[in-house]
Design a protein around this ligand. Structure first.
Ligand SMILES: Nc1ncnc2c1ncn2[C@@H]1O[C@H](COP(=O)(O)OP(=O)(O)OP(=O)(O)O)[C@@H](O)[C@H]1O
Length: 312
């Protein structure tokens, strides 16, 4: 994709970016383009470079080599100062002044961002902290702190959101509400980059996933494309009785494997064979249940050689 100076069609761009910390190459020759209005999910093992990418986009870190643009501008210096007002950032570890109330903390961030305190209450209510707003932050649970972190990132209706593991500590309902809020912002044109270790959570929400491994971009695309590219197999668990005939029928199909397992069959197949397999399975009267498990994050990680990777 080409990138014109000053345009916002590409909301975030890294071109040939590397970042070194002493001997550690945190990010290596990274090219990444995020079109305006998209949600990009950054995934990768611990220490893959996700936070470093976000910090370079924010202008908190300077790349060792390469070029970074956020909303069409250089994120550092005077040019960046204007952009930053339009950006919401949720750091990985949110820390607040414990002696302040939630509302005071948010007011403080609103002042810093120059967006005015007028809508703070509304933003607090939007993350479910309306009633807790007057309590000191030191009395907050982990999830409440995370919600407050989200609230400060959402201040001022940002055009760009950078969210580092935003749903850590949120309960399922809060997670749903959080993603609904993101969708709302996106429908108004905001661009969102979020990192997560939980693929199951972002696979439905992100338009594009970028997989980082040891600072390199290993693959990019929507989940379907990534699965296809990786050629990962789908697992299908079939339960029922007398399934020997079905097992043989399935094994006769190309790129399908089926074996008996206690109360049923374990079947694996490629994406292209999925519907044919399901057709055969559902046409078998003695089948009582079927579960389809698409390749998981663990499968994708191991495909890209990242199984068992960790910090270090
Ligand atoms: N300020 C720093 N000084 C030295 N090394 C750093 C610094 N910041 C990051 N690193 C190193 O850069 C690498 C990438 O770290 P980064 O925080 O970007 O990873 P991450 O993908 O966000 O990891 P996690 O999933 O664990 O949060 C790591 O090896 C880390 O130790």
């Amino acid at each position: 994709m080409s990138f014109e100076e000053g345009t916002e069609a590409v909301a975030a761009e890294l071109a040939g970016v590397s970042k070194r910390f002493g001997d550690t190459e945190a990010v290596r020759e990274l090219d990444l383009h995020v079109p305006k209005g998209r949600i990009l999910g950054l995934i990768g093992h611990n220490a893959a470079g996700k936070t470093t990418v976000m910090k370079m986009l924010l202008g908190i870190l300077t790349p060792t080599t390469g070029r970074v643009r956020l909303l069409g501008r250089e994120p550092r210096g005077a040019e960046g100062a204007q952009t930053r007002r339009r950006v919401g950032y949720l750091p990985e570890n949110v820390a607040f002044y414990d002696q302040l109330t939630g509302a005071e903390v948010l007011g403080f961030f609103a002042d810093l961002k120059g967006v005015g305190r007028r809508r703070c209450r509304e933003v607090l209510a939007g993350v479910g902290l309306e009633r807790a707003g007057d309590r000191k932050v030191r009395t907050y649970s982990k999830g409440m702190r995370q919600r407050l972190g989200l609230a400060q990132a959402l201040l001022g209706e940002p055009d760009m959101l950078l969210l580092d593991e935003p749903t850590v500590g949120l309960d399922p309902q809060a997670t749903e509400e959080f993603y609904a809020r993101l969708e709302e912002l996106r429908s108004r044109g905001a661009t969102i980059i979020l990192s997560s270790h939980i693929l199951a959570e972002i696979e439905e929400r992100a338009d594009t996933l970028a997989i980082l491994g040891h600072g390199r971009l290993l693959a990019e695309g929507n989940l379907r494309a990534l699965r296809q590219r990786a050629g990962l197999r789908i697992r299908i668990r079939v339960r029922g009785r007398d399934l020997g005939g079905l097992r043989d029928t399935l094994n006769a199909l190309e790129n399908v494997g089926a074996e008996g397992d206690g109360d049923g069959l374990r079947v694996t197949c490629g994406e292209a064979q999925k519907l044919t397999v399901l057709e055969r399975v559902t046409a078998t009267e003695t089948v009582s249940d079927v579960e389809v498990a698409p390749p998981s994050l663990a499968d994708i990680y191991s495909h890209f050689g990242l199984a068992g990777e960790g910090a270090g």
